[in-house]
Design a protein around this ligand. Sequence first.
Ligand code: PLP
Length: 425
Amino acid sequence: MTSRRRFLKTASLASTAIAFSPSVFVRSASPVSRVDNAAGEDFWEDVAAQYDITPEITNLEGGYWGMMARPVLEAFKEHTERVNRESSYYARTQFGRDVSLILERVAATLGVGPDEMAFSRNATEALQALISQYNRLQAGETVMYADLDYPAMQQAMEELAGRKGAQVATLVLPEPATSMQQIVDAYEEALDARPRTRLLLLTHANNKTGLIHPVKEITALARSRGVDVIVDAAHSWGHVPIDLDGWGADYVGMNLHKWIGAPIGVGAMYIRASGLDGIDRAHGDPGPLDSIRSRLHTGTMNFATLLSVPEALDFQEWVGWERKYERVRYLRDLWVREARDIDGVDILTPDDDRLVGAITSFRLNGGTTGDANREVVRRLAEEHGIFAVARTGVDAGDCVRVTPALYNLPNDLNKLVMALRAMAS
Ligand SMILES: Cc1ncc(COP(=O)(O)O)c(C=O)c1O
C-alpha cells in the first residue's frame, strides 16, 4: 500500500474513531475567539473525550509530553502490528518512501523545504547535534545562552565552548517580563556587551516559566552582528504560532511528541539551506555532505512512531491550529486571572499574547527553593488531586509549572484556583 493510500485509509479511520459529526464540523469551522471559547464548550468536550486520561488525578502537566488522542493511539497500534508483521520486508522495501512522504507533509505544513528537515527521536537529539556539530566557532569567540534555556542545551553549549577554547556568556531574563521589548533589549544588551559572540542558543517557549521569546526580533539582532542562532523549539509546534522561515534562524530543533501528540520518539531538525555548511557531519554518518540527512545519524528509529505522524497531524488539523492555541490560552487565562488576585501567589509569566501560550509558572508564599516548590507539588497532588511539576534553573528561584492541554476542561482550572486559595498564606 502506498503511503498516500495508507494516509487516506488512516485519515478515514481517524474520522470514524473521532466520530466527526457535521455539527462538530460546523462548530469548528471558524476559529473560536478566546472570549467566545466558553460558549463552545460542547466542542471542547468532544475534543477532550478523544483522550483516555486517567481519572486518578487532574493532570495539569501537559508540558512533559503530549498524550496521544485515541485515533492516534489506535493508528499507532495498527502501525506497530503491521510493521511487526511485515518486518524487514516492509522496512526495506517501503518504509523509506513512506517516511519521505511524511517528512514532506511535515515540511509543507511548516512552510519549509523537505530538504531542510530531518526526523530525530526527540528535540534533544536534534538540538544536541546542532550544538555539538556547530563548526564556525573559533577559539576566543563566545557562545551565549540564558537562564531560561533548557539545562541539557546549556550544558551542550558549555561543552562546545570548552572543546573550541571559546568563552561562555550567560544572560538572565527579566522576571516577570513585562513587555516584548524588554526581552529584546536584554538580548541586545548582552550581545553588545560580548561583541565576540558567535553562537546564541535561543529557546522559543521555555520549559521553566513558559515565556515565549520573540525569536524573529532577537534573531535579527543576532544576525546583524554575525551571530548564528540555534532555536530550541521543543515546546512550540502545535502549541503557539511558529514561523520557521520567518524567524530567520538557520537552526531549529523541535518535537512532535509534545504538542503535536505523536507517539513518543519523534522530533525534527531544521537547517536552512544556507546554514548547512555550519554544521559538521554527524559522527559516523557516511551520507552525502550536501544533505541535511548527514547531520543526524539516529540509527534505526521506531517505524510505527514515524508512521503515526500523519494521524497526529490529522488530529491537530481537525481541532484547528489557531483554535487549539486559543483554547489552551483560554484555559491558561482561566486560572491565571484568578490566581493573580490571591495574596501569596506570584505569577511569573506575563499575559501579553506574544509572550505566553499554555504554560505558566508560579511561586507560592515566596518559596524559591527546590524543597519549597516540591512541597507545593506534593500538596497539590495529595491534598487537592492535581498534578503539576516543580521547575528549577530560573535565576530568581524555583517555581511550579502549570500546563493545561486539550484533555483539560475549565473545571480542572477552577480546581487549581481553589487549591491555590487554600494553600496561599
Ligand atoms: C525547552 C525544551 N527543550 C528541549 C526539551 C527536550 O525535549 P525532549 O526530551 O523531547 O528531547 C524540552 C523538554 O521538555 C524542553 O522543554
